[in-house]
Structure formats: structure tokens, C-alpha cells
Unconditional design. Structure first.
Ligand code: HEM
Length: 802
């Protein structure tokens, strides 16, 4: 039999002779045996079912997989109970105590997922229920797959199909959870190499993080959440399944199936006990995760919260902070405009700029400015940034020649659909303040206002907010606006080679006083939320061209899938409608026009008409409004952007946000005292602001090779430190081999201060990978680097050229 498994085997020939009433009857026969189906083949069927379930889950159809699993297991259990002669209903109820809990959990997860496809908690519940069902119902009955009989009322084939589905789908759903979590992390951390031009902004989540300057003393939300999840996992022992179900036929061939199924053999009970214990743990974890996911218990954000107050944002010279750094926008922001008082002189304006420069230096470092009003006494800087600029109307005042106003700062043209309030538009001076605490922002604005007294007076100010740090398990995830859309997906990304060109005025560009600066277009855009919310989700998605839940473009994929504007529906219509917002706003539709959108949501109560006075404080940063906001807004107006029906532009302003002051200089010095302050862009690298514990990963010196190149290996790991974190080298070329020895992805990102390199760094290094980057650093100085994902946890390094 071993020699020919699977073949028909002749066991014996038999021959019976019967004599009756003088007659002789003979009967001949053969006993043959053909082995049942191969176990491997049947187990492969389970593998297929698991693969199908995994595929469904990864397509965000976990709800359907869960419903199919429950249906199969209910049928399976019913078929087993129906085979019990005395009391099938009682057998069903008694035999499926654990299953009832698992079915309820699976259906609950399906319901949650039908409402919110990306609910991580629901995915945990689904995975836990899947594991429980597979382990408690499928595994103990696996022998049905290769048996010829089993206590099942509706035939062996049905029993075998159901056991295959129950086991495969259950395990498939359980496997889907880690795959999905890993996948989500990976897509969030996509690198430039994976993306195309049309995907540029999609990289924002991962890549704008790279420009996060040094944040001191903060812990990441991701860690806090992860820690919470693990801590919340409870071990629960499931109940033993006492009755019901099928069992190996060969073990009980002589038994009455009805009786034997009522007192299941110890093997099944044993398996069920173990299985339900495993499943119980999983279900406990799942439930705990769901509670955390749905914010029903407080996340242990202790470290994060403790670090928020003391966090500071380094100025990314030659740019002011608050434009592209910090990558994670602070939770609160105010945009304010000032007008010079009548008769203000250039000397007064210079004095004001000097005083503001000094006060800003104090405020962003957490020092009290002189004559402090003590409004924010006891609060730290909370990542405060203050960004200052000049409006078109400044020229012609304070002795500034109106003709000296650069063409980029010409007042914005009128756009058809706007209804602007002049009193809350424009201004001579513009300031953007942002921090993770509203009081800190308010205090900073009051300080600037107090200092300006006698030279400039407030014209208007508007406050808004973004997501609070720690509110999302993934700090790099794109935030939502008040319409519920993921907003900011397709922004220029800091690590793109043309990012600087798009956002900041180039070193050789005119006017010289704006080199390293950026033009800010500010619009207060009220959202007509009552009308918007009256639309179905599908209609809302057509207005934008992206899915509301995932932010994926309508033709399909994930949030970061490149937008295919040519994609068609099966009926030949455009998948992204002709008037969809992302079609009309896309750089491809506007001659490459691009801007860095970093808006704030606002909620100012109700209008006189009782409608929500809420919407978007739209802030767009660009090197030139003529290659940014203006052509895009024209197109959105002329081509009737579908979003126009739900928005109202109420105020507008344009400011030339000057470069950061160099050395002992002050904001706007190059304009107010031409010739005295050199162009910032041409200046040497500034002394970097480094965190005090930057050396916590140790110091290493690059070793000079025979070819004149210095080399060093830097390792990153799950301690969220670089080793070494201080890299010493002599002026010249260094090759840094960057190794990821941990399980989390890391970046090695510079913050734009490298003098001889336009952009450098490693965008995303997956766990276990390594790569080598080459840098030419000829100028002595300290060049800070940080991990784009873990800067908030203090993962920074410095290259020290001496
Ligand atoms: C309340 C008003 C607005 C809302 C709610 C809104 C919302 C959105 C959303 C949800 C996206 C898709 C996700 C993304 O890539 O960020 C988007 C993309 C974009 N929006 Fe807006 N937007 C508004 C106003 C504007 C204005 C006034 C402009 C410029 C004139 C603009 C320019 C853009 C650009 C350039 C994109 C990226 C398009 C692409 O390349 O895919 N948006 N907006």
C-alpha cells in the first residue's frame, strides 16, 4: 500500500458456500480499499480559503469575510446538532457556547467596519473572532476532511466544505490584521522612489515629517498608543465546548453517532479548550483594542503630553519656521494682520521689526519677553512658531517706494466667486503664529501687538486648529478638514528635489530681500456645511475626486496612489469628474503650478442666519503666487469647481513672508536697510539649534579611506536613537552607511541646512535594510539630522564638521 498510495488495493477475496434444502449456493466477493483523499490536498483547500479571506480583508471587505465566516460556522454547527437524534436544538445551544460569543464579536466587527472601514479596533475584533472560530470550530473537526463518515446531518461534502471555509476564513482574517497594520505603516511611509510626479503630495505624510526640526522631550503618539494596546491585553479562558460537532469516524466506527456526538471525545474537548483559550486572549486583545480605538478609554499619553510644553522648533535657516517646519502642524494657529499707523516712519518700522525679532527669539525658546504680561506664565513654548511678512499695502508707507514692490506681491486679482470682506482682508504686516497650546499662541500675539503699539495696530486676526498631537495613532497621517476629507494628501513633499523651488524664493531670484522667503496666500473659506452634509457620501466624493474614508483617488487604490485623471468608469465616463476639485487643482492642469497648503480649520459659532460659521483658514505657501495660487484659483473659478457650491471665500490676503534673520540681523532687514544685510541664502550655514541630549546615541568619527572619502556606519533601532548620534568628520566627502537594525522604519533626514547639498538624506529605510548615502560637507559646522517618523521621540543626530 505504501508503494502505491492512492491506488485501489485488494485486501482479500472471499468465497462463501451455503447449503439449504439440498441446494448449494456459492457467493464470491472481493474486499478492496481505496484510500481517502489526500490530507495535503484538503489542507491546501483550507490554505486557499485563508488566502481568499486575506484578499477580502486587504480589499477592505473584512465585513463580508466576517459575515461569510459566521454563516459557514452557524451552518456547520447546525448540521452537527441536527445529527443528534434526541434534541438537536438543545445540542446546538449547549454545544456552541463559545461560538455564540465569537459569532457576536464577528458580526459586531462587520457592523463597525460597514460604518467605518478603517476602524483598527474593529479589525482587531474581526481578527480575534476569526481566530476563535477557526480554533474552536474548524480545527477540532479537521479530520472530517479525510473521513468517510461523520456526525453531520447533511452529507459529508457539505461538512467538508463548511469545515474548510470555517478554518480557512478564520485564520485568514486573523492573519489579515498584522498584514494590514504593516501595510498601512508602509504606505504611510512611502518613499519618493515609489512615487511619481502626480503622487507628489501623497508623500506629504511621510516626507514632510522629514523636515521636522528638533523637538525636545516629546514622546510619540504612536508609541503611547502601542503601549496602551499591549498593556490592555487581557487573557481570558474560553469555555469548553461540551457537545455537538463531528469527530473522526475511524475512532468511533461502532458508536451510535447521536450518542457519541452528545459526549464528544476528549481530543476535541482538549482542542476546543486550547483553542478557546487562544481565541479568548485574541478576543480580549481585540476588545481592548477596540475600546482604545474608539476612544472609550483614555490613551496613556503621559510622555507625549509631558513633552508638548517644552518642545521647541528650530528655525530652518534661511527660511522662517512655520512654513514647512514643523512637519506636523501644531494644534492651534492664528493668522493676524497689522496696519502701520498713519505717519509711521521707516525708522519706526525698523525698530518694530528689531523688537519683534528679539521677542520672537524669546517666545519660541520659552523665555519671557521683556515686560512680559505673564499671560502664559508657566507654559512652555509648545512648539511655537511665528512667521512674519509684508503685505502689498506696505509699499508707499514708511518711506518705502511703491515701485519697489515686487510683481509677486501685487494684490491678488479678483476671482469671480468670492465675496470678500475688505475689513478682514489684506494688511501691511502679516503674522502667522502656531503652537500646540492656544494660550501660548494668544500670548505671543498679544506680545507682538503690545510691542507694535505706536507703530502698527491690529487689522484683523483669525484663529483655527488642526488635529491635536496624540489624537491619532499615526502622527504622520493626513488630517481631516471640517468637511471630513483628508486634506493635504497631494502637497509638495519636503524631500522632492523641487520642493524648495516651489515653496521658497530661490537664492538668485529677485527681489534679493525675499531670497529664502515665501509668499503666503491666505483665504478664509467658509464651508456651507449644512448643504454639504445633505449630500450623500458618494456625491461628496465626486465633488473632490477622492474617497472620503481613505482619501484614495476615485479610480481606486490607497490615499497615496497616484491620481489617474484619465481613468474611466465602466460606462466610459470619467472616474474623476470634469469639475472635481482635484482634477481642476492638480499641477498638471495648471502648468505645474504648485503650493504648499497648510490650512487650519476654524469654528466661529453661527452666522447671523444661524448657519455654521466654520470652515478653512486656507494658507498656501509658494515661491511665486503666479506659479501657485493665482492660476489654480482662476481655474477653480472659471471651470466651476464642484466644491464652489459648498464654499465661500470671505477674506483674502497676500504677504511676502521674509527669510529668517541671519546672525544679529532682524526680520525684513534686507528690505528696510538694503546693503546692510546680505542675502540670507548666500550666508554660511547657521549655528544649528541642537537638543541637549543629541549625543545620547554616542559619538563616532568617520574614517578616512585611501580614496579620500570618509566612511562611517550609523545604525538605527527600536530604541529610537541613532548609533552614533554625533558623527564627526573633517571637511570633505563622507559616505554614511545607514542600517536599520530595528523593526520600525526610519529616515535620516536633514532639515535644509546643508550648504553644499540641495537635499540629502534617506527617506525611508525599512526594518533590516541598509543603504549608503554620500555627502560633501566642506564648511565646518553642525548639521542636524532627524528621523522623519520619530523626531518627536528625540531621534536626532548631528554631523559635526571640524
Ligand atoms: C474649503 C476649501 C477647500 C477644501 C475643503 C479643499 C479640499 C481639498 C481636498 C480634500 C483635496 C484632496 C486631498 C489633497 O490632495 O490634499 C484638495 C486638493 C487640492 N486642493 Fe483643495 N480645498 C479647498 C480649497 C482649495 C483652494 C482655494 C485651492 C487653491 C486655489 C486648493 C488647491 C488644492 C490643490 C492644489 C490640491 C491638490 C490637487 C492634486 O494635485 O491632486 N484647494 N483640496
Amino acid at each position: 500500500m505504501k508503494a502505491a498510495p492512492g491506488q485501489r488495493h485488494e485486501i482479500s477475496n472471499w468465497h462463501i458456500t451455503l447449503h439449504r434444502d439440498g441446494r448449494t449456493i456459492t457467493a464470491d466477493g472481493k474486499l478492496t480499499w481505496q484510500p481517502g483523499p489526500s490530507k495535503a490536498l484538503r489542507l491546501a483547500g483550507i490554505g486557499l480559503a485563508a488566502a481568499l479571506a486575506l484578499w477580502l480583508c486587504l480589499r477592505s471587505w473584512t465585513a463580508w469575510a466576517a459575515v461569510a465566516l459566521v454563516a459557514a460556522d452557524v451552518l456547520h454547527s447546525a448540521g452537527v446538532a441536527a445529527d443528534v437524534a434526541d434534541g438537536p436544538v438543545a445540542a446546538f445551544l449547549k454545544g456552541n457556547v463559545v461560538q455564540f460569543a465569537a459569532w457576536a464579536a464577528a458580526l459586531w466587527a462587520a457592523w463597525l467596519l460597514a460604518r467605518r472601514k478603517d476602524s483598527i479596533g474593529a479589525l482587531w475584533v474581526a481578527a480575534g473572532a476569526g481566530l476563535l472560530i477557526a480554533a474552536a470550530s474548524g480545527v477540532p473537526d479537521l479530520s472530517v476532511l479525510w473521513s468517510s463518515t461523520a456526525p453531520f446531518a447533511w452529507g459529508m461534502t457539505v461538512a467538508q466544505v463548511l469545515v474548510t471555509v470555517v478554518t480557512g476564513f478564520g485564520f485568514g482574517m486573523a492573519i489579515a490584521l498584522p498584514v494590514r497594520l504593516r501595510w498601512t505603516r508602509d504606505t504611510g511611509a512611502r518613499t519618493d522612489a515609489e512615487n511619481t510626479e502626480t503622487d507628489s503630495g501623497a508623500r506629504a505624510a511621510a516626507e514632510t515629517e522629514e523636515r521636522e526640526p528638533v523637538l525636545i522631550g516629546s514622546a510619540s503618539a504612536a508609541d503611547a498608543w502601542t503601549g496602551g494596546r499591549l498593556a490592555a491585553v487581557e487573557s481570558r479562558t474560553g469555555e469548553q465546548r461540551a457537545t455537538g460537532g463531528s469527530r473522526p469516524a475511524e475512532e468511533h466506527a461502532a458508536d451510535d453517532p447521536a450518542k457519541s456526538s452528545a459526549s464528544m471525545p476528549s481530543r476535541r474537548s482538549f482542542l476546543a479548550t486550547g483553542a478557546t483559550s487562544v481565541g479568548g486572549v485574541a478576543a480580549g486583545a481585540a476588545a481592548s483594542a477596540l475600546l482604545l480605538d474608539d476612544r472609550k478609554s483614555s490613551a496613556p499619553a503621559g510622555d507625549l503630553v509631558a513633552g508638548l510644553g517644552t518642545a521647541t522648533v528650530a528655525v530652518p535657516f534661511p527660511h522662517q519656521a512655520g512654513i514647512s517646519v514643523p512637519a506636523r502642524q501644531q494644534g492651534h494657529g492664528t493668522v493676524a494682520a497689522f496696519d502701520l499707523v498713519d505717519g509711521a516712519t521707516r525708522e519706526q518700522l525698523k525698530a518694530l521689526m528689531k523688537a519683534w525679532t528679539a521677542a520672537i527669539g524669546d517666545l519660541i525658546s520659552g523665555r519671557a519677553p521683556s515686560d512680559d504680561d505673564e499671560i502664559a506664565l508657566g507654559s512652555g513654548p509648545c512648539s511655537l512658531t511665528i512667521t512674519v511678512g509684508f503685505g502689498p499695502s506696505l509699499f508707499g508707507k514708511a518711506g518705502l517706494d511703491p515701485a519697489a514692490r515686487p510683481p509677486q506681491l501685487a494684490p491678488l486679482p479678483a476671482f469671480g466667486t468670492e465675496q470678500l470682506d475688505p475689513a478682514r482682508s489684506d494688511g501691511d504686516l502679516g503674522v502667522v503664529l502656531a503652537a500646540d497650546d492656544a494660550l501660548v499662541v494668544f500670548h505671543a500675539l498679544r506680545t507682538l501687538t503690545r510691542i507694535a503699539d505706536g507703530t502698527a495696530k491690529p487689522r484683523w486676526s483669525m484663529s483655527g486648529f488642526t488635529r491635536a498631537p496624540g489624537s491619532s495613532p499615526d502622527p504622520s497621517a493626513t488630517g481631516r478638514n471640517l468637511m471630513g476629507q483628508l486634506d493635504g494628501t497631494n502637497n509638495p513633499a519636503a524631500s522632492q528635489p523641487d520642493f524648495e523651488r516651489k515653496v521658497f524664493v530661490a537664492a538668485g531670484a529677485d527681489p534679493a530681500w525675499m531670497r529664502g522667503g515665501s509668499y503666503l496666500v491666505f483665504r478664509r473659506i467658509r464651508m456651507l456645511l449644512d448643504s454639504w452634509e445633505a449630500q450623500s457620501t458618494a456625491d461628496q466624493e465626486k465633488v473632490i475626486g477622492r474617497r472620503k474614508d481613505t482619501g484614495a483617488p476615485l479610480p481606486g487604490g490607497t490615499e497615496h496612489t497616484p491620481v489617474n485623471l484619465a481613468a474611466q468608469n465602466p460606462d466610459g465616463s470619467l472616474a474623476i469628474r470634469g469639475d472635481a476639485h482635484i482634477r481642476l487643482a492638480a499641477p498638471a492642469a495648471n502648468g505645474g503650478a504648485a503650493m504648499l497648503r497648510r490650512g487650519l480649520s476654524y469654528n466661529d459659532g453661527l452666522t447671523a442666519g444661524g448657519e455654521p460659521d466654520a470652515g478653512l483658514l486656507f494658507l498656501a505657501w509658494q515661491a511665486d503666487p503666479d506659479r501657485g495660487f493665482i492660476p489654480v484659483q482662476k481655474r477653480l473659478t472659471v471651470n466651476m469647481d464642484a466644491l464652489n457650491r459648498f464654499t465661500k471665500h470671505e477674506t483674502s490676503a497676500l504677504f511676502a513672508m521674509v527669510p529668517a534673520p541671519s546672525g544679529s540681523g532682524y526680520l525684513g532687514q534686507a528690505l528696510l536697510e538694503p546693503g546692510t544685510a546680505s542675502s540670507n541664502a548666500a550666508s554660511p550655514a547657521p549655528a544649528a539649534t541642537l537638543p541637549s541630549d543629541v549625543g545620547s546615541g554616542g559619538t563616532g568619527r568617520a574614517v578616512l579611506g585611501a580614496d579620500g572619502v570618509q566612511r562611517i556606519t550609523v545604525t538605527a533601532d527600536d530604541t529610537l536613537r541613532y548609533h552614533p548620534s554625533v558623527i564627526e568628520m573633517s571637511p570633505g566627502t563622507v559616505e554614511i552607511t545607514f542600517k536599520n537594525a530595528g523593526t520600525l522604519p526610519h529616515t535620516l533626514s536633514e532639515d535644509g541646512t546643508l550648504p553644499d547639498e540641495p537635499r540629502a538624506g534617506v527617506d525611508n529605510l525599512a526594518a533590516g535594510d541598509q543603504t549608503t548615502m554620500s555627502l560633501k560637507l566642506t564648511r565646518p559646522g553642525d548639521y542636524p539630522f532627524q528621523c522623519g517618523y520619530h523626531a518627536a521621540e528625540g531621534m536626532y543626530a548631528v554631523i559635526r564638521v571640524r
